[in-house]
Design a binder for this molecule. Structure first.
Ligand SMILES: *Cc1c(COP(=O)(O)O)cnc(C)c1O
Length: 386
């Protein structure tokens, strides 16, 4: 049991981070760490980025919050940039990833209801992660996330990821949407076949289903394009993002297009804080910086470089099952649980993550130098070899 005032939702935590700059973080004892996690794919521009800090400070001096009963300039500006960059048409701003997915699922439900389907059904993937709210944990393909929280929200079925035939087999007359991550993050950095999303697009088109992509982790440049679906030259009907959108301020977005864009009407959805002036001005600065500096292209090149280095140095290491990734979303699957490596890497001054029990997950800031990337690779390789 934790003796602090905080609910023990995160297990034992021993390190207090107090300061960040670029790709480095410092703890309360003055130790410096090279960050290969970015606050779980959040701080793509690293820490203390001047453009984001300035945007927050300037907005705080003008207006931190007003309700969505009024027009909000930074919200309109960020919405426009996201629409222009994504090929989508309309944006709803939320405070988190799970809430962005809630908006997407409400769009799917109402889309179904409008077609006369009274029990709309959404197909999602095994090993997916869509959030911790009741609907999003029900959508999630991981029993650990759901256990103890029954009854779940109905209307979801789960199929193996990267398996188009499994979707066809699971579909019913009530099916209204497919919802997947373009690369599964929490599930172990699972990269599907290059044409998986194209096949899903075709399937949705021929059945009048919505294609919902959860880009909460893959979005905002992480995989080498602004959104990962841009590798496939397709457009989803709905896409959600959050983590990298505000470089650390709590903001999420649900973007929709075509028939999905007009489904939520006045009174159907809303949020007190969602898209408020402060977070949108931060998101605007972060997104402009990402696009102006073309950090997506940089992420693609860095990711290729790191994957090549890992493959070269780990090719003959028996415990390595697979090395995979896209852009700066990299997974190294071992043949055994490897959670202990997190503390060992920290000891060596590098912050990493382990997900799905046996997969080292690296999500470094997109602004890391070649040398910093090499340091991350060398540290992780040394630890695996030990
Ligand atoms: C993190 C994540 C979520 C949940 O986002 P929160 O902001 O924690 O609610 C949903 N989907 C994916 C793919 C994620 O990586």
């Amino acid at each position: 049991m934790s003796d602090s005032a905080l609910m023990n939702t995160y297990g034992e935590r021993t390190t207090t981070l107090v300061k960040g700059d670029g790709a480095y973080l410092w703890d309360s004892e003055g130790n410096r760490y090279l960050d290969a996690l970015s606050g779980i794919a959040v701080c793509g521009l690293g820490y203390n980025h001047p453009a984001v800090t300035r945007a927050i400070a300037e907005q705080a001096e003008k207006l931190i919050h007003c309700s969505n009963l009024y027009l909000i300039e930074p919200q309109q500006a960020l919405g426009q940039i996201l629409v222009d960059t994504s090929g989508m048409e309309k944006v709803f701003f939320s405070n988190s990833g799970a809430e962005a997915n809630e908006a997407a699922l409400k769009i799917a439900r109402k889309f179904g209801q409008q077609k006369g389907i009274s029990h709309p059904h959404v197909i999602t993937a095994d090993r997916s992660f869509h959030g911790r709210t009741m609907a999003t944990l029900s959508a999630t393909g991981n029993t650990k996330v759901k256990q103890g929280f029954e009854p779940l929200v109905e209307g979801f079925s789960h199929v193996p990821y990267n398996d188009v035939d499994a979707i066809k087999a699971a579909a019913t007359a009530n099916t209204v949407a497919i919802m997947v991550e373009p690369v599964q993050g929490e599930g172990g950095v699972n990269v599907p076949a290059p044409d998986y999303l194209n096949a899903l697009r075709e399937l949705c088109d021929s059945n009048d289903w919505l294609l919902i992509l959860d880009e909460i982790q893959t979005g905002n440049g992480r995989t080498g394009r602004f959104f990962a679906y841009q590798h496939n030259n397709i457009l989803p009907d709905v896409v959600t993002t959050a983590k990298g959108l505000g470089n650390g301020v709590p903001i999420g977005a649900c973007l929709a297009r075509g028939k999905a864009a007009e489904i939520l009407q006045p009174g159907n959805h809303g949020s007190t804080f969602g898209g408020n002036p402060l977070v949108c001005n931060a998101g605007l600065a972060a997104t402009k910086t990402l696009l102006e500096q073309d950090l997506m292209t940089r992420a693609a090149a860095l990711g290729e470089m790191m994957l090549t280095q890992f493959r070269e140095t780990l090719s003959d290491v028996a415990c390595v099952v697979d090395i995979r990734g896209k852009g700066l979303m990299i997974g190294i699957e071992l043949d055994q649980p490897c959670g202990d490596l997190v503390a060992q890497a920290k000891q060596k001054g590098v912050l990493i993550n382990v997900t799905a029990g046996n997969t080292i997950r690296l999500l470094p800031p997109l602004i890391i130098s070649d040398e910093q990337a090499r340091t991350i690779v060398d540290t992780v390789v040394d630890l695996i070899k030990q």
